[in-house]
Design a binder for this molecule. Structure first.
Ligand SMILES: CC(=O)[C@@H](O)[C@H](O)COP(=O)(O)O
Ligand SMILES: NCC(=O)COP(=O)(O)O
Length: 246
């Protein structure tokens, strides 16, 4: 990705909620694979999908179709379960981001406890890595979690930006500083930092300006905006906002 300009902040577009709308009627429209093609035309650098245990949006049969719809790298978000590991090993996406998952949650509520789950995560990380999948951990921006990521030997962490996105008043700067400091700590220790969750046109720029961040993954807001202006336009606008601060 971005071999011509390694400093460019990559935009991974999460297309889960195209599938949410499709599933509302149980048919095939709108098709996430078509959304992936539009993301590619709009200048997105990657496609992210979260195959949830309850299949509330992305379904198993979407993976192959989304993967072959474009030449973009696919980032598969997955819970640390045997079922998801087998699926990931079958599809071999470019990257797999291990996320915490609760069946009853509305969305991913926090980061993975990589420190507490070391023994569960270690074999999953090594089997994915051996299969050539770039493993990432979706963690809170905390030193303890970065230390755990280092122990697990993952090349990438993605910081959960939900706390930042939902913060108000003086807390915004506090949350931003946590992400800024942890991006620097991760990079210093040879881990490529990414970020995502709850990012919008309004809150993306301070995060995009963090120099060590290599990739942002953004979904719900872009698909929501696409209802009003089209997916190509919403991706292009996010891309432009990110580029303005780099
Ligand atoms: C891991 C993450 O932050 C997102 O991918 C999010 O989980 C998308 O799926 P939901 O909107 O179903 O939570
Ligand atoms: N990992 C975060 C992601 O893929 C997108 O999160 P959101 O923008 O849908 O909140």
């Amino acid at each position: 990705m971005n071999v011509l300009n390694p400093t460019r902040l990559r935009l991974g577009v999460n297309i889960d909620h195209v599938a949410t709308i499709r599933n509302a009627r149980g048919g095939e429209h709108p098709d996430p694979a078509r959304a992936a093609q539009i993301v590619a035309q709009a200048g997105g650098d990657g496609i992210t999908v979260h195959l949830r245990e309850d299949r509330r949006h992305i379904r198993d049969d979407d993976l192959q179709r989304v993967q072959s719809a474009t030449g973009l790298p696919l980032n598969l978000e997955m819970a640390a379960t045997d079922e998801m590991l087998e699926i990931a090993l079958r599809h071999k996406p470019h990257a797999a981001c291990i996320v915490p998952e609760k069946r009853e949650e509305r969305t991913t509520e926090g980061g993975l406890d990589a420190a507490g789950l070391h023994n569960q995560l270690a074999p999953i990380v090594s089997r994915l890595s051996d299969a050539g999948v770039r493993v990432s951990l979706f963690i809170a921006p905390e030193p303890r979690q970065i230390e755990a990521a280092m122990k697990l030997g993952v090349p990438v962490v993605e910081f959960h930006t939900g706390e930042y996105a939902h913060a108000t008043g003086g807390q915004v700067a506090v949350e931003l500083k946590r992400i800024t400091d942890m991006a620097a700590l991760a990079a210093k220790n040879g881990i490529e930092p990414h970020a995502g969750h709850g990012l919008t046109y309004e809150n993306v720029q301070p995060v995009a300006a963090i120099p060590q961040l290599a990739e942002l993954n953004i979904g719900h807001y872009l698909i929501g905006e696409a209802i009003f202006c089209g997916l190509e336009a919403s991706v292009k606008k996010m891309r432009a906002l990110m580029d303005e601060v780099r």
